[in-house]
Every structure is written in C-alpha cells, then in structure tokens.
Design a protein around this ligand. Structure first.
Ligand code: NAD
Length: 504
C-alpha cells in the first residue's frame, strides 16, 4: 500500500533492522529481536534487535574509547559535522517523516513538519559549540582563577515513543556539540527513525563510536544503559514512574541525571478570551498527536461566564477533527502508538464515564481501520478536581473540563498536582495573565500561544515533571561539568597557602 515507506531503508529493514554501534551495523549478540508494528493497521513492519546488557556494554565501551578524542576535537569541527548532519536531515526529510508516520502514528503532514524543524536544533547547537565556556573569577592575591566547561564523557539518551526523532535530536545535538559521546536507546515501539538517523550521522562523517544506537526493551537494554558505570550523564524522557527508576540506577554510579517527565497541564480560558481562538488552541492542546504529548492541555479550566458558549463551540469544532490513516491528507488525529497504550487510554475513558459526564466522543471514530489503535477525541465535563481523570496523565485525546470563578481558587486547583510541566493561559488582560503565570508551579507558561518547544527556549518540569532542562542555553549544565583552575602569578617561588591564604 502507498503508505508503506517504499524506500531503501524499508527494503533493508523489511526482514530485520540492525543497530548502530561503533560505526558498524549489527544484530543483537544473542540474535534476539522483536517486532515493531504500524499502529494504524497493527501490521508488523520489521524486526528490531533486542539488545541486552552485553550489547549495551559494547556500545558504551565504544563511546568511552573515543570520548577523550572527541572532547579534544575542536568545537568548530564538531559544529561543522552537526551542520553537515542538518543538511542530510533536510535531504532525507521525506523518508524520515514517512518512517516516523508508519512506526509511531504521526499523521504524515505533522511528521513532515516535525522533521522539517529538526535542522533548527542541530544548527542551534552547532552555533553554540564554540560560544559556551567557563569564566574567570576574581580572587585575592596575584592569582588567576578560571573555570573550564568540559563534557561529561559518555551520555545515555533514553527516548520515549511519542516524538521519537525530536526528543532524540533535542538531547543528542547539545551532547555532541559540547563534546560528549552518545548511546541512544529509542523506545521499543519506535526504533526505526533513530536507526535511519544513525545512517545520516554516519554519512555526515562523525568518527565511529561518537554516536551509537542500541534498540531493545526498557527494562533490559534501557536499564543496562542507565546502570552502566561508564555512563556519566543520562538524559531520560518518559513517564515519571520510569524516571524514578532511572534516577535510582544513575544514582548508583553518581551519573548526572536529566529527567523530562510527565504532565497534567492546564489550559485556562479567561472571561475575556477570544473564544474561537481559545477553542482552536484547546483542540490542539488535547488532540495534537492524539493527546500523546507531554505538554498536552488535558485539564481545561473554563471561566464560568464563558463555559457554556465555549463548550458549544468546542463540540462543533471537534466534529471537524478527522481521525484516521496517518497517510490520508484529511487526517488531523492519527492512532495511538501501540495496543498497550490503546488499552490504557480506553480504560481511562471508562473511568471517566463513571467519574464525570461524557460531553463528546468516548468511542471508536467512524471510518477507521478496526485493527488500528484509534480513539475519538473525548471531552468530560462536571469533573471533580480529585477525579482520577483530572489528576492522572492519560496521554490520549481526552480532556477533563473544570469551571472556575476566582483566580485564587484556580491557582490552588492547578497547583494541587504532583506534576508541574506546562500551562497555557488564554487571556486579554495581560496583568491577570502574568499574575497567574507567576504563581503557577510549572516549568513553562504560554500566554495566548501554544508551542511546546523550540531549540532556544528552556523546556522542563517542576515537581514530579522532572529535573534539569532541555533546550536553550539552560540545557548546557546537563551536558557539561566544571573544572576550576587556579594559577599563582607571583614571580617569587610559589608558596602553598591554606584556605584563608596564610602560609601552611
Ligand atoms: P516510558 O517511561 O514507558 O519509556 C520511555 C523510555 O524509557 C523508553 O525508551 C523505554 O524503553 C525506557 N524504559 C522503560 N523502562 C525502563 C527502565 N526500567 N530502565 C531504563 N529505561 C526504561 O515512557 P513512554 O510511555 O515511552 O512515554 C510517555 C511518557 O513520556 C509520558 O509520561 C510523557 O509525559 C513523557 N514525556 C515527557 C516529555 C518531556 O519533555 N517532559 C516529552 C515526551 C514524553
């Protein structure tokens, strides 16, 4: 069928894909593999190597062996390679987008948009490579004191399935630019685009071992990677539950751990908001990527004066949101990424039917392939603030609507959450919006806008939504460590002093 990849990559991976370790393509040493499926049909696309601890060890050792050479490769050379990679991503954008669509269920137009944006991340970090550094520090006496910003060494990148390429690139680009060597573990449901990306890294001319991809299960390959003592930094994006385990594994060998975790983000509509715009952003907020977005606006807070009118417009708008085949140009909402996740979202919809009132959706969309993992956009109203659908991350196209009247009550309800990733405020009164933004316990607030991420703006969570930051120069500490150098400039023979400067 036309939606198949129909590319060299597909022909090569039709039987079984290979992993990329130390510049070589290889199966798992055990010979084991597992299937990856097209979520819009349930059909098997390819078998992917099932790496275990031995494979992970080989990848980490390859990365460790070249770590010093890569650290001392000058920043301009590292930047040049990243820029070459950006060009190759652009040249291969259509194939990358098709792989992403077929393996993860992104609808094709969205996959093209996302892949089209990736060079921005590579170029941003190529630009930063020779611009970030240490500082000089004023100290007493005729001395010089300075810091060097050094790479960590081998960094592990454990990636989820919802934005397989974007999340890979957003952490690998700074890691490589700042002199680290990388081992990537894509999600088991969506390994193929990472493997295609590895081909491009190879073609760009990065030295063998600088970038490696091991495919496999989280509890096997992922855990072995996080626990590997030669991994000096871990960037994990995924669920809060797995994030806790990664922090534990990384803690055993004191790796620097960056966690980008889940959310239950509010989208707040104020009384003065232009309602048509607010409806549009609400639909984007909880339906984009079929709701499988960490920053999804899954809690909709409507000011009581406009709530009824808003909901009427929302229902009318949802009737035009076509769910279906990612390769059909009319599609705006694709399938969920796997059978397992589909079952989970359906379970939450059943819980919602008991806890609240179903306003829209809740079923299987019309005219879809019944073997695919499709869910109708679903809206629940009359949701109590302690309902499970108001508190837990569903990660599907499901919105829990709550009404509000006073700002204090609104802020208290929003902040009464274990998560603190993101919030969107739709509001004309900028003073009210800024006052609310200042009081919310979240990592990012968008006012009259909804964009998840850009390479130059920091992204990350408060509370159980994570620690550390991706993107922007705020991400630099996650991929570097500091070395302090002190120099005595006196011509007289150097004299050791204690901490207060007195001779020992
Ligand atoms: P997940 O935690 O199940 O898996 C993420 C990755 O971790 C996968 O590669 C998986 O194989 C691996 N993994 C699983 N168990 C592991 C273990 N014990 N040790 C090591 N690795 C392990 O998450 P998911 O279901 O793939 O992704 C959805 C979650 O990701 C949601 O909670 C979402 O909010 C979150 N997310 C957060 C951001 C962000 O930037 N904050 C972005 C996207 C997704």
């Amino acid at each position: 069928m036309t939606q198949t990849m129909a590319t060299d990559f597909e022909a090569r991976t039709a039987e079984s894909a290979l992993m990329y370790v130390d510049g070589q393509w290889m199966p798992a040493r055990s010979g084991a593999s597992f299937p990856t499926f097209d979520p819009s049909t349930g059909r098997r696309i390819a078998d992917v190597p099932r790496a275990d601890g031995t494979d992970v060890d080989a990848a980490v050792r390859a990365a460790a062996d070249i770590a010093v050479e890569w650290q001392f490769t000058d920043a301009i050379t590292r930047a040049t390679l990243l820029r070459r990679l950006a060009v190759l991503v652009t040249e291969n954008a259509e194939e990358l987008a098709r792989i992403e669509a077929i393996d993860s269920g992104h609808y094709l137009a969205k996959a093209r948009e996302l892949v089209g944006a990736l060079p921005m991340w590579l170029e941003y970090w190529a630009g930063a490579a020779d611009k970030v550094g240490g500082r000089t520090i004023e100290v007493p006496g005729n001395k010089l004191s300075l810091t060097l910003l050094e790479p960590l060494g081998v960094t592990a990148h454990i990636v989820p399935w919802n934005y397989p390429l974007l999340i890979l690139v957003r952490s690998v680009a700074p890691a490589l630019a700042l002199g680290n060597t990388c081992v990537v573990k894509p999600a088991e449901d969506t390994s193929l685009s990472a493997l295609k990306f590895a081909e491009l890294v190879h073609a760009a001319g990065f030295p063998d071992g600088v970038f490696n991809v091991v495919t496999g299960y989280g509890t096997e390959a992922g855990a072995a990677l996080a626990a590997h003592p030669e991994v000096r930094g871990i960037t994990f994006t995924g669920s809060t539950e797995t994030g806790r385990e990664i922090a534990r594994l990384g803690g055993q060998h004191i790796a620097q751990v960056n966690l980008e975790l889940g959310g239950k983000s509010p989208l707040v509509v104020f009384r003065d908001a232009p309602l048509d715009d607010a409806v549009e952003v609400a639909v984007q907020g909880f339906c984009s990527r079929a709701g499988q977005v960490c920053v999804a606006g899954s809690r909709l807070f409507l000011h009581e004066d406009i709530a009824d009118e808003f909901l009427e417009k929302l229902v009318a708008r949802l009737r035009t949101a076509t769910v279906g085949d990612p390769f059909d140009e009319r599609t705006k909402i694709g399938p969920l990424a796997s059978q397992k996740h589909y079952d989970r979202v359906r379970e939450y919809i059943d819980i919602g039917k008991q806890e609240a009132t179903l306003l829209y959706g809740g079923g299987v969309p019309p005219d879809v392939d019944n073997s695919g993992y499709f869910v109708e956009p679903t809206v629940f109203v009359d949701v109590a603030k302690d309902a499970r659908i108001a508190r837990e991350e569903i990660f599907g196209p499901v919105a829990a609507v709550m009404r509000w009247s006073t700002t204090d009550e609104l802020i208290e309800t929003i902040n009464d959450s274990e998560y603190g990733l993101f919030a969107v405020l739709w509001c004309q009164d900028i003073t009210a919006a800024l006052d609310t933004a200042k009081r919310l316990q979240v990592g990012s607030v968008m006012i009259n806008d909804w964009f998840g991420e850009l390479p130059m703006t920091p992204h990350g969570g408060h509370k159980q939504s994570g620690v550390g930051r991706e993107e922007g120069l705020e991400a630099v500490p996650g991929y570097t460590q500091i070395k302090h150098i002190g120099i005595n400039l006196d011509r007289s023979p150097a004299q050791a002093t204690d901490w207060a400067g007195a001779p020992l």
